[in-house]
Design a binder for this molecule. Structure first.
Ligand code: FES
Length: 71
Protein backbone atom coordinates (compact mmCIF):
# COMPACT_ATOMS: atom_id res chain seq x y z
CA UNK A 1 0.00 0.00 0.00
CA UNK A 2 1.37 3.44 -0.91
CA UNK A 3 1.92 6.20 1.59
CA UNK A 4 -0.96 8.66 1.97
CA UNK A 5 -0.71 12.10 0.46
CA UNK A 6 0.43 14.67 3.02
CA UNK A 7 -1.03 18.18 3.20
CA UNK A 8 0.56 20.50 5.72
CA UNK A 9 -1.03 23.78 6.82
CA UNK A 10 1.63 26.46 7.06
CA UNK A 11 1.06 28.99 9.81
CA UNK A 12 -0.46 32.08 8.15
CA UNK A 13 0.37 30.61 4.76
CA UNK A 14 -0.43 28.07 2.08
CA UNK A 15 -1.26 24.41 2.12
CA UNK A 16 1.84 22.40 1.29
CA UNK A 17 1.07 19.24 -0.61
CA UNK A 18 3.87 16.70 -0.53
CA UNK A 19 4.04 13.69 -2.77
CA UNK A 20 2.79 12.79 -6.19
CA UNK A 21 -0.29 14.83 -6.98
CA UNK A 22 -2.23 16.13 -9.97
CA UNK A 23 -4.09 19.41 -9.62
CA UNK A 24 -7.07 19.92 -11.89
CA UNK A 25 -9.24 22.94 -12.59
CA UNK A 26 -13.03 22.83 -12.39
CA UNK A 27 -13.16 21.54 -15.99
CA UNK A 28 -10.76 18.70 -15.33
CA UNK A 29 -7.75 20.30 -17.01
CA UNK A 30 -4.44 19.81 -15.29
CA UNK A 31 -2.28 22.61 -13.97
CA UNK A 32 1.38 22.06 -14.86
CA UNK A 33 3.62 21.43 -11.89
CA UNK A 34 7.30 22.20 -12.40
CA UNK A 35 9.31 19.04 -12.95
CA UNK A 36 11.24 17.82 -9.96
CA UNK A 37 9.07 19.55 -7.36
CA UNK A 38 7.90 17.19 -4.67
CA UNK A 39 6.01 19.84 -2.71
CA UNK A 40 3.37 22.22 -4.06
CA UNK A 41 2.07 25.28 -2.18
CA UNK A 42 -1.64 25.91 -2.66
CA UNK A 43 -3.11 29.30 -1.81
CA UNK A 44 -5.66 29.35 0.96
CA UNK A 45 -5.70 33.10 1.59
CA UNK A 46 -7.42 33.97 -1.70
CA UNK A 47 -4.93 36.70 -2.64
CA UNK A 48 -2.58 34.83 -4.97
CA UNK A 49 -2.38 36.10 -8.55
CA UNK A 50 -1.39 32.56 -9.56
CA UNK A 51 -4.21 30.49 -8.08
CA UNK A 52 -4.42 27.75 -7.14
CA UNK A 53 -0.75 28.18 -6.29
CA UNK A 54 0.63 30.40 -3.56
CA UNK A 55 2.64 33.38 -4.80
CA UNK A 56 3.54 34.77 -1.38
CA UNK A 57 0.72 37.34 -1.33
CA UNK A 58 -0.51 35.96 1.99
CA UNK A 59 2.32 37.87 3.66
CA UNK A 60 1.27 41.32 2.45
CA UNK A 61 -2.44 40.59 2.88
CA UNK A 62 -2.10 39.86 6.57
CA UNK A 63 -3.66 36.42 6.21
CA UNK A 64 -3.87 34.63 9.52
CA UNK A 65 -4.44 30.95 10.06
CA UNK A 66 -2.76 29.07 12.84
CA UNK A 67 -5.18 26.31 13.55
CA UNK A 68 -3.78 23.25 15.26
CA UNK A 69 -4.87 19.67 14.95
CA UNK A 70 -6.15 18.15 18.14
CA UNK A 71 -3.75 15.52 19.37
S1 FES B 1 -1.58 31.40 0.78
FE1 FES B 1 0.11 32.28 -0.20
S2 FES B 1 -0.76 33.64 -1.62
FE2 FES B 1 -2.45 32.75 -0.63
Amino acid sequence: MSEPLVIRCRENGPLLVSGAVRILDHQGNEFPIPAGKDTVALCRCGHSKNKPFCDGSHRSSGFQAAELAKA
